[in-house]
Design a binder for this molecule. Structure first.
Ligand code: NAD
Ligand code: ZN
Ligand code: ZN
Length: 346
């Protein structure tokens, strides 16, 4: 089968011919119908693989959708032909976090060398994908896999980040969303649908700011050295109740801290260069503000998002690429010229 593989640090991914996998005991084989391209792949491809415990070549793609085509020995409860999306942050299934469905925070994943598809295990940007357990599949019925697959990360990650702050998003509150790309444009829609908070989006050019407005941002501000002042003019002295930073480099983290209000949540989702940090302390950060860096989301939250998708309340912007054109999707991602999510359709 064809697969898109990360072969060397700093190099472009390559479309390569590899053996079609077969499901082992307990596993499920999917014919991939759609696979999303996430900015985290860019980070992974430009850093030493040992930092993430991965080996090269690695088939990319941690957002996957497919049709169940075969199951391994002992698999019950999922029918051949079912359309599914894949819950990516695989855990052991048994520890306390996993028992709550928070497999993204599995306490035993490192010890058991369990890695997500596309981030260690073979990923979804291929014709076929092996999923380690039917527990990690969510049926999507007649939803379009291409428009739905971004929900597995570009939806799930902001959904998890927003849910933990819902109690702070009272009417009249402000939420600042920094970076309205794959994750950010879903975050804006989720904020608008789930809360009555008012949303200020930050991004780097007018086209991106228009895009943010088109998916529901009340205000859109250019993300430069003056951004914090402009945002503060909109929010007034109270500042924002929640800041979601989908960029995570030092300048955006500094903006995030500068616009956050008392008792706010500053939630840094973007990976940036992996070295940046929020400065916290008396007189430095707002009183009682909480800074946090969440990772992905819970199984139940992906099921909730698929239910939201069935309700038709989300409008996920996707740009389609064939498997042969998948390297171009990564070029566009790195150049920052995508609108919403790039989705590879094998
Ligand atoms: P993306 O490339 O689709 O979107 C990034 C957006 O940020 C773009 O619209 C870009 O124009 C904008 N941007 C860039 N620099 C900016 C700046 N200085 N100020 C404001 N906006 C700026 O990326 P994505 O796939 O949505 O991922 C966003 C970030 O989240 C990445 O760092 C990614 O690695 C990370 N991520 C984290 C998790 C997690 O679990 N923590 C999960 C998925 C992705
Ligand atoms: Zn991702
Ligand atoms: Zn676990």
């Amino acid at each position: 089968m064809k697969a898109l593989q990360h072969v060397a640090v700093g190099a472009e991914p390559e479309v390569r011919e590899i053996p079609t996998p077969e499901p082992g005991p307990g596993e499920v084989l999917l014919r991939v119908t759609a696979a999303g391209v996430c900015h985290s792949d860019d980070f992974v491809m430009n850093n030493p693989p040992e930092n993430f415990g991965i080996e090269l070549p690695l088939t990319l793609g941690h957002e996957g959708a497919g049709e169940v085509t075969a199951v391994g020995a002992g698999v019950r409860g999922i029918d051949i032909g079912t359309n599914v999306v894949v819950y990516g942050p695989w855990g052991c299934g048994n520890c306390w976090s996993c028992a709550q469905g928070l497999e993204n925070y599995c306490s035993r994943a490192a010890e058991l060398r369990i890695l997500p598809p596309g981030l260690g295990a073979p990923g979804a940007i291929a014709e076929y994908l092996v999923v380690d357990s039917p527990r990690h599949l969510v049926p999507i019925g007649d939803l379009d896999p291409v428009a739905t697959v971004p929900l597995t990360d570009a939806g799930l990650t902001p959904y998890h980040a927003i849910k933990r702050s819902l109690g702070k998003l009272r009417p009249g509150s402000w939420t600042v969303v920094i970076g309205s790309g794959g994750l950010g444009h879903v975050a804006i829609q989720l904020l608008r649908h789930l809360t009555s908070t008012r949303v200020i989006a930050l991004d780097v050019n007018d086209e991106k700011l228009d895009f943010a407005r088109s998916v529901g941002a009340h205000e859109a501000v250019l993300s430069d050295a003056n951004a914090a002042g402009k945002v503060r003019k909109i929010t007034g002295p109270a500042g924002a109740s929640l800041v979601l930073d989908f960029v995570g480099f030092q300048p955006t983290i500094d903006t995030a801290m500068a616009v956050a209000g008392v008792d706010s949540d500053v939630t840094i989702v973007g990976i940036g260069d992996g070295k940046s940090g929020a400065r916290i302390g008396f007189g430095v950060s707002p009183y009682e503000a909480t800074a946090t860096a969440p990772y992905w989301g819970a199984r139940a939250e992906l099921i909730e998002l698929i239910d939201l998708a069935h309700d038709g309340v989300l409008d996920i912007a996707v740009e389609r690429f064939s498997l042969d054109d998948a390297p171009e999707a990564y070029r566009r991602l790195a150049a920052g010229t995508l609108r919403g999510r790039a989705v590879v359709v094998p």
